[in-house]
Design a protein around this ligand. Structure first.
Ligand code: DX5
Ligand code: ZN
Length: 218
């Protein structure tokens, strides 16, 4: 049985108090820190990149889960690994060769994850399942925090989990976008076990309790 894990998206953190926010995740037993990199080309938004990741790496031992929403991820994955990423997700819809990028991420010592947008069919990831450490199913259109969960994406989680079972793998499936206590139940039932949460988690009064509820530990 796979562990349910919470990855907190710092897109919803107080950017001017980022250090304190990182320690807040540690104090509230959050499993991973989700770091969204957007380049203004692959998605219509720009966030943060390598120097901020490096600064975060210096102050925490949390698993750094980097989500690259950039057009040519293969050009940058080695540097993200070097700057402290433990897991690197990149999009199947990007301009990079998927197999080559997975290989490059693993060679730089990080775990490799393939991400798909809501409009990409689940079957597109099948050929990469034996090689990827995690599959990221976007449950909103990538680009912004605070959007509503797209219910149809749960079917894609179900299809990928079924296929993983058929081929005897227990690979992590991560979901990202609009995850709160209610939608967490839906995606967990479908077979997801790594839940990214940004706005819901950072807005909760008791982050530890919110995370435990999403994981199903209460
Ligand atoms: C959206 C990002 C998400 C986002 C999730 O493109 O990939 O990680 O921060 O935020 P919420 O939980 O607010 O939907
Ligand atoms: Zn993300």
């Amino acid at each position: 049985m796979l562990n349910n894990l919470i990855s907190a998206s710092i897109l919803s953190a107080d950017m001017l108090r980022l250090g304190e926010e990182v320690h807040r995740l540690e104090k509230n037993n959050i499993d991973m820190l989700h770091f969204d990199v957007m380049d203004g080309v692959f998605v219509n938004n720009i966030t943060y990149g390598l120097p901020i990741l490096k600064a975060i790496r210096k102050i925490t031992d949390l698993t750094l889960d980097v989500h690259l929403m950039i057009t040519e991820p293969h050009r940058y994955v080695s540097r993200f690994a070097e700057f402290g990423a433990d897991i690197i997700s990149f999009h199947l819809e990007s301009e990079s060769d998927v197999m080559e990028t997975i290989t490059q991420i693993k060679a730089s010592g990080a775990k490799a994850a393939v991400a798909i947008k809501p409009s990409t069919p689940a079957e597109k990831v099948f050929e990469y399942l034996p090689f990827a450490d995690m599959i990221l199913v976007m449950t909103v259109e990538p680009g912004f925090g605070g959007q509503s969960f797209i219910p149809e994406t749960a079917d894609k989680v179900r299809i990928i989990r079924r296929r993983l079972n058929e081929i005897g793998l227990d690979t992590d499936i991560q979901v990202d976008g609009g995850i709160d206590i209610i939608t967490a139940e839906i995606v967990k039932k479908a077979g997801a076990n790594v839940l990214v949460s940004g706005s819901f988690l950072f807005q909760s009064d008791n982050m530890a309790e919110a995370a435990a509820k999403m994981k199903g530990n209460t």
